[in-house]
Ligand binder design. Structure first.
Ligand code: D5M
Ligand code: ZN
Ligand code: FE
Length: 553
């Protein structure tokens, strides 16, 4: 793909999501090997850069010396990713700059983007085309002509799969038990951070006392004078906390969801009937969190919401994806994680039957199984159910029953509950379908969570350390003896679907990815202005946690 001139350079950069200063383009064009220089510049761009500037080009030239003709590698480090990037304009995650900012002052969004530029699967090299990596051919079980993999290098562990472990009966006591477990587990780290007291103890303290409490959010109300009243509940009782409208913490009030776990510190009023909030603490992910990475260059494709059986299922895009997986370019994609909604299901939404291509649920799974067969046999598949699947709707959702496993057995996929954690060569991935995202997006202000930036809604779940905090709304909860929806261990990657929008970014170094869908816009979605991101496959490098997006639609 020679870069013949400035126009070509501009279009190459645009295809990767960057604008460029005119002088920067001129300098790249004047280099002896513009193609290699462009690769180097892009590689060295700061994560939050939106525009390729002249100084980026200069520093790429300075740091590594002039780019010689012919030798297209950067010389130092010989990063494998250069190959992947060069082959199709795939981009690594960077800030798309909601609001066009430089990303300063908010590291939550470092690496975030909602509309990544993508490479097109249809342009992917065909099987057998040369790759600039030279993998060792093995006797692996690969069936893709261009793939060569060594299954012995893999490791895959599952945690938190509650399939077959369900004990709840839905009785009142079960709900009490599950909330108690939530408060116990999420509260333990908060209790070590503040000087806390049970609600009943606070109720008997004198006015003016300094107090702290860890509890579930029971209620959030605004007062007549514009302050906020938050009722916290623990195992002993409840206590009201007042956030004054002029305190800095007032910005956090609009993030609160009922039933999330929180710690507050403050001062009791003179009559000791209420506490004025001085500080608020969330279970959260430590800012210093260091994710684990794989020891070798290996990738995982993170997809969701296939919706086989729907008239809008994009069979052609799926087949292009499967064909691409069979190419040499995709040979490092050794894992495929599917975050729910394998099929369209029946009776999920009103009038859904008018858009069904396959009306029988078992036949939908049979068809899905046929599509799975297109995926190279050496790709390890892990999947969880979603709200369209034929398992109970209430969360946690156990993995598919024996009949459905039998139907979907062609690819020997691992079927686990929603949510579950799968650890791939040391990299833990929390898989959750994402029904609670609708609620987070509905409750929070646009800039904190929206369909266009679904990863920001995911940040909130990470901050609350719970995949579906709010009970009694959209998200249904099946009470079990423990709360399987608590995020006990900080994952390295958090993968959801459901909202049919592609978006990813990093929150305290955790990569959050919502992976879009394989279903074109339905009539219902049209009526409510949901514009789905269909036919994309985000690919994660497990050795670096960089993301590239392949487009097949
Ligand atoms: O959900 C896909 C997205 O569309 C998700 O954000 C919910 C929303 N959706 C789709 N259909 C409906 C109806 N009928 N009511 C409310 N929200 C809806 P999925 O679960 O994949 O259909
Ligand atoms: Zn869906
Ligand atoms: Fe869904």
């Amino acid at each position: 793909m020679p870069l013949e001139g400035p126009a070509r350079i501009v279009s190459e950069l645009t295809s990767r999501g960057y604008n460029a200063e005119r002088e920067a383009v001129t300098r790249i064009a004047a280099a002896e090997n513009p193609e290699a220089l462009l690769e180097r510049v892009v590689e060295e761009l700061p994560a939050d850069a939106l525009v390729v500037r002249t100084d980026h080009v200069d520093s790429a030239l300075e740091r590594t010396g002039p780019v010689g003709g012919g030798d297209d590698d950067a010389g130092d480090g010989s990063d494998d990713r250069v190959g992947a990037t060069a082959s199709g304009g795939a981009t690594t995650g960077r800030d798309d700059g909601a609001g066009g900012g430089s990303g300063e002052g908010d590291d939550h969004d470092a690496g975030a983007r909602s509309h990544p530029s993508v490479s097109t699967g249809t342009e992917a090299p065909t099987a057998g085309e040369s790759s600039d990596r030279s993998p060792v051919e093995t006797e692996g079980s690969g069936n893709g002509a261009g793939r060569s993999v060594d299954p012995d290098l893999r490791s895959l562990e599952i945690d938190g799969d509650m399939t077959g472990e369900s004990t709840g009966t839905g009785a009142y006591e079960d709900f009490v038990a599950v909330f108690r477990d939530r408060l116990e587990r999420l509260g333990s780290s908060l209790r070590s951070r503040i000087n806390h007291r049970p609600a009943t103890a606070i109720q008997s303290m004198p006015g003016g006392s300094e107090v702290g409490m860890v509890g579930l959010v029971n209620d959030v109300r605004s007062t007549a004078s514009g302050h906020w009243l938050i009722e916290l509940e623990d195992a002993t009782g409840t206590f009201p906390w007042l956030v004054m409208k002029d305190r800095e913490y007032v910005d956090l009030v609009d993030e609160l969801l009922r039933d999330e776990v929180l710690a507050m510190e403050g001062t009791l009023s003179d009559d000791a009937g209420i506490a004025f909030v001085d500080s608020m603490h969330f279970p959260d992910v430590p800012r210093t969190h260091q994710p684990s990475t794989a020891d070798r260059h290996v990738q995982a494709a993170l997809i969701s919401d296939v919706h086989v059986g729907s008239e809008e299922f994009m069979a052609d895009a799926w087949s292009r994806f499967a064909d691409w997986l069979s190419t040499a370019e995709a040979q490092h994609v050794e894992y495929l994680l599917i975050a729910g909604d394998m099929v369209e299901g029946v009776g999920i939404y009103p009038d859904q039957d008018e858009e069904l291509e396959i009306v029988d649920i078992y036949e939908q799974y049979e068809a899905f199984n046929e599509y799975l067969k297109e995926v190279p046999g050496d790709v390890e598949i892990v999947m969880i159910p979603g709200n369209h699947d034929a398992v109970r709707l209430a969360e946690p959702q156990p993995g598919f029953d024996e009949d459905l496993r039998e139907i979907m057995s062609a690819h020997d996929a691992r079927i686990v509950s929603n949510p579950s954690t799968v650890t791939l060569e040391g990299v833990s991935v929390l898989l959750y379908h994402g029904v609670s995202l609708d609620e987070v997006i509905a409750e929070l202000p646009e800039e904190k969570a929206s369909y266009d930036e679904p990863h920001k809604a995911m940040y909130q779940l990470l901050k609350k350390r719970h995949v579906a905090p709010q009970f009694g709304g959209h998200t249904r909860l099946a009470p079990e003896e423990k709360d399987y929806l608590v995020i006990d261990e900080v994952p390295d990657i958090f993968h959801t679907g459901h909202v049919h929008k592609l978006g990813f970014g990093k929150y305290h170094n955790v990569l959050a990815i919502n992976s879009g869908c394989w279903q074109a816009q339905t009539d219902f979605q049209k009526s409510v202005n949901i514009d789905p991101d269909s036919g994309y496959a985000p690919i994660v490098d497990l050795d670096t946690l960089d993301v590239t997006v392949q487009k097949f639609s």
